[in-house]
Write a protein that binds this ligand. Structure first.
Ligand code: SF4
Length: 436
């Protein structure tokens, strides 16, 4: 019988990567091993890497080298998008004992045992383009005891010209509906009040399952009774079905929040990004969604300084975005990612210009958030309280993704509570608990 290992995890990147790590932790725990904090001594260190930007890849390399240097006797395992996109490069890093691509995580324990027994570096990385099965890893809670993330979709085949993800995550794969029901039942039974459905390209859920769409996955999750709210992770605007909006209007457990990455609001920039829509399409969707779902929050991502983006194009886009009924933006200065078409294009925008554009759009973000938060003043909102600050204030989220602070006690944590919203700013809304 293998002795129990102390296993530590480092995770870089997106929520999907974090949920993959949580699932791997659950596998080790289920096999009798202990998960220790990353800064503590361990027998096995697992780094779940990210390469969405060059910086992400550099940080992954630095972390690998540091762990090898600081823990020469431990097994250092590298998994995630770095070995999947650059296996040979990772193999060349001295001291790495095991590398695992984005397809072999279910076999991780056996691979670790083999690497520890053999003393020779082990590698399990296959061509991701050939992946067909959704990796059915066990679900596990992340940090919060209130909200759980459930990954139901993997892979992307859209090939936006700035994005490396399709090369790291492979073709579309979906968690079968019965697996979704089973996992949601487990999470609800474990007491989670909010479940967030996640995917690399969530809107493509079901593309590999004939006759199945994201709407079916949402209905399947909502068919499980004993949890309070279902939230959707990031979704491509072109994949928001009318049925989903109607369900969001009619089903109070489905959060009135859509995070729809826009990336740009100028059609020629969108075309060069290989995004499958124009600004007018996004405008129409916003209008239809707000008409159908009162109180809906639509948030988005925007890349500034994409190669070839002129001052005029940016300014026009900034004004368009500022006028849209959005509840907030995430602003990303374009970061050339080696291995993507756009990184090789000559008309790169200077860093100082990117910085200035990011600053200008962050100001728009602040105004949009303040405007949306203000729209809740005078209303009563159901808030899922999660934390209590040193100042005694409790904090939580509304279904339409507004952070609310109120005077309340620990008994409110992990529960849905009605709050009368009294004031708001760009960061928070403040209210008084009106019903326990
Ligand atoms: S949709 Fe585009 S940006 Fe999103 S993961 Fe796929 S290629 Fe990347």
């Amino acid at each position: 019988m293998n002795p129990a290992w102390r296993v530590a995890f480092y995770t870089l990147g997106c929520k999907v990567n974090q949920s993959d790590t949580a699932a791997m932790e659950a596998m080790f725990r289920a096999a009798g091993h202990s998960i220790v904090p990353a800064e503590e001594a361990a027998d096995v260190y697992v780094i779940n890497t990210c390469v969405v930007t060059n910086v992400g890849q550099k940080k992954s390399r630095q972390m690998i080298r540091r762990l090898v240097r600081e823990h020469p006797a431990a097994l250092v395992v590298v998994t995630g998008c770095y070995p999947q996109t650059a296996a040979e490069e990772v193999r060349q890093i001295p001291g790495v004992g095991l590398i695992v691509g984005n397809q072999h995580r279910p076999q991780l324990l056996a691979l670790v045992a083999a690497a520890k027994a053999g003393g020779q570096p082990v590698s399990a990385v296959d061509k991701i383009t050939q992946a067909r099965e959704f990796e059915d890893l066990p679900i596990a809670a992340l940090s919060s005891r209130t909200r759980a993330f459930l990954k139901i979709q993997e892979g992307c085949q859209q090939y936006c010209s700035y994005c490396i993800i399709p090369y790291a995550r492979g073709p579309y794969r979906s968690r079968p509906l019965d697996s979704i029901r089973r996992e949601v039942e487990k999470l609800a039974a474990a007491g989670f009040q909010e479940i967030v459905l996640l995917g690399i390209h969530l809107g493509a859920y079901g593309r590999d399952l004939p006759g199945v769409t994201l709407l079916d996955a949402v209905k399947t999750a909502l068919s499980v009774p004993n949890f309070a709210r279902l939230r959707l992770g990031s979704l491509e605007s072109v994949e928001v079905e009318a049925g989903l909006l109607e369900l969001m209007r009619d089903e109070p457990r489905l959060c009135r929040h859509l995070h729809l990455p826009l990336q740009a609001a100028d059609d020629s920039v969108l075309q060069r990004m290989n995004r499958p829509y124009q600004a007018a399409d996004f405008d129409r969707l916003l209008a239809a969604a707000h008409r159908l779902v009162p109180g809906l929050a639509v948030t988005t991502d925007v890349i500034v300084g994409f190669p070839g983006e002129t001052d005029e194009q940016f300014e026009r886009a900034r004004q368009t975005i500022a006028a849209w009924p959005l509840a907030g933006l995430h602003v990303f200065p374009y970061s050339p990612r080696q291995g993507t078409p756009a990184a090789a294009w000559p008309e790169q925008v200077p860093e100082a210009v990117k910085k200035a554009r990011a600053h200008a759009l962050s100001e728009v973000d602040r105004q949009l958030r303040a405007r949306f938060h203000q729209s809740l003043v005078g209303t009563t909102q159901r808030v899922l309280f999660e934390t209590q600050g040193a100042d005694g204030l409790i904090e939580g989220l509304t279904d339409n993704y507004v952070r609310v602070m109120a005077v309340g006690d620990e008994a409110c944590l992990g529960r849905l509570v009605d709050v009368a919203i009294q004031s708001a700013n760009a960061e928070f809304a403040f209210g008084v608990i009106s019903q326990q």
